[in-house]
Design a protein around this ligand. Structure first.
Ligand code: NAP
Length: 465
């Protein structure tokens, strides 16, 4: 008897959510599948490569597990293929049996305060992408209307304000504080390290618009800040007095309780004399960013929680000098033309991973990761999320709701007809080897290639398209 024809599933996005979906599909034996993991970048791993801070090597090493999935016989990586440009979503849906959207949250939120456009103000996701060596932020050629990241303002700053009290804000604050000598131990691109070697930041101010019970830090990452050498942690102990709502949060949320205990421990430390300071300003929100030509300070307002639980200003204001402002107030999903999108939430509408189109379930579309649930959770959260989506897809296949209706080689044929040559996992292995070789050549264990042209050259592609 001949083998049944495999279902061809295209996953858009080779970050952790997409690769975990491919893993869940490839690990089951009920339904024969072939998975095409497509990414617009020449390299896989999404935020594991371009979001997790380079000095968090143990988290970044998750890429080794993700890589093993891409090496499976029924999984293929299609790098350097942009859905929405090389192929439309409709063309992709025509060429495969089902699609899983896993393209993450490609944008970021803004504060909406005066002065936000001043040079010296940047979004944390852009800064993170820069220090992780993302080719969009290290362009070979600048796209019209796009500016390079304002690295000069990082070099110019003595004081930086980071708005937001989530894990990204912690990463940003740590990278701003740590010396380039210490960061040499990471895989940061050479040009990033060279820039960071010029920074002269002595003070980093983290602003939380609510109290210490309401941060979204994980305690392990928070504790790391207190271990930075020659850095005083500055907290006003009066900020740590817990009101009734904060006490309720600490009572039910163990992470909040541990974080508040850590703030209390830090506030009780004797400080003074360290070369750098890391300030936590709770109950504080920015109301305007001030500067003549570039940012030189931030006007902040004291806040409180009103009877409905919302954050309101008290009118009490002060000025924090800062030549760099990084808003770390969250990522946001963006619309991929041809895919249902809820503008209000920045997500693809779905139920248990089944995409809702025109009020009903789409027959062949599924969603996972940040574009499904919003930009929340740690990397492992994407695994259970992907399992939920794949469970829905497999149930639909078993029920006959998703049926194979194409030749299983249609995607390859379509790409070949368009003259598109995807980069496969072997191309990634060549890039990987080139980054290790580059690192070893100057005494580092690895150096990220930040430019698309360098990634393509290492992959064995001779020209830019
Ligand atoms: P996040 O955890 O949602 O934190 C966003 C922060 O911005 C919150 O403190 C929020 O305060 C604040 N904020 C939002 N709008 C604001 C405004 N208009 N003015 C002032 N503050 C505002 O987002 P994230 O830090 O970008 O992290 C994204 C996800 O990645 C999270 O799930 C995070 O845990 C994960 N991550 C994990 C790690 C790790 O090492 N484990 C590292 C990086 C990222 P409110 O709470 O008051 O809204």
């Amino acid at each position: 008897m001949s083998e049944p024809r495999p279902f061809v599933v295209a996953v858009i996005g080779a970050g952790p959510s997409g690769i975990y979906a491919a893993e869940a599909l490839s690990q089951q034996a009920d339904v024969p599948v072939r998975v095409a993991v497509i990414d617009r970048l020449p390299v896989p791993f999404g935020l594991v490569r371009y979001g997790v801070a380079p000095d968090h090597e143990s988290i970044r090493s998750i890429r080794n597990t993700l890589e093993r999935t891409l090496e499976k016989p029924n999984v293929r990586f299609f790098g350097d293929v942009t859905i929405g440009a090389d192929l439309t979503v409709d063309e992709l849906r025509e060429a495969v049996d089902a699609v899983i959207y896993a393209y993450g949250a490609g944008s970021h939120k803004v504060l909406g305060v005066p002065g936000e456009q001043l040079p010296g103000v940047m979004a944390a996701p852009e800064f993170v992408a820069w220090y992780c060596g993302h080719p969009d932020v290290h362009p070979d050629v600048l796209d019209a209307g796009r500016e390079r990241l304002d690295v000069e303002s990082i070099n110019r700053a003595h004081s930086a304000v980071v708005v937001g009290v989530g894990n990204v804000a912690l990463d940003v604050a740590r990278v701003l504080i740590k010396s380039a000598d210490v960061l040499t131990d990471t895989d940061m691109a050479d040009e990033v390290l060279e820039s960071l070697a010029r920074k002269e930041i002595t003070d980093v101010h983290l602003l939380g618009r609510r109290g210490p019970a309401y941060t979204s830090f994980t305690t392990k990452e928070l504790r790391e800040l207190g271990q930075l050498p020659d850095v005083d942690i500055m907290i006003d102990p009066t900020d740590l007095a817990l009101d009734e709502s904060s006490r309720a949060v600490v009572g039910r949320d163990k992470v909040a309780a541990r974080n508040v205990a850590l703030f209390q421990e830090w506030a009780a430390r004797t400080v003074g004399g360290a070369a750098q300071r890391l300030w936590f300003h709770f109950w504080t929100r920015p109301v305007s960013i001030i500067g003549d030509g570039s940012v030189d300070s931030v006007e902040v307002e004291r806040t409180m929680i009103d009877s409905s639980g919302g954050v309101v200003g008290t009118g009490q204001r002060e000025i924090i000098p800062a030549q760099l402002v990084i808003r770390s107030v969250g990522y946001r999903g963006i619309e991929l033309p041809g895919v249902p999108f809820d503008v209000a939430t920045g997500r693809v509408p779905h139920a248990e991973g089944r995409v809702i189109r025109n009020g009903g379930f789409s027959a062949d579309e599924y969603v996972t990761g940040w574009i499904k649930r919003g930009p929340t959770g740690v990397i492992g959260t994407n695994k259970s999320d992907a399992v939920e989506t794949v469970t829905s897809l497999l149930a639909d296949i078993r029920d006959g709701a998703v049926t194979p209706h194409h030749d299983s080689n249609e995607l390859d044929r379509l790409l070949a007809d368009r003259g598109i040559h995807p980069l496969d996992v072997d191309a990634w292995h060549r890039i990987d080897a080139a980054e290790i070789d580059l690192g070893l050549s100057h005494g580092r264990r690895r150096t990220t290639l930040a430019h698309r042209s360098d990634l393509l050259a290492a992959a064995g592609e001779s020209s830019l398209d």
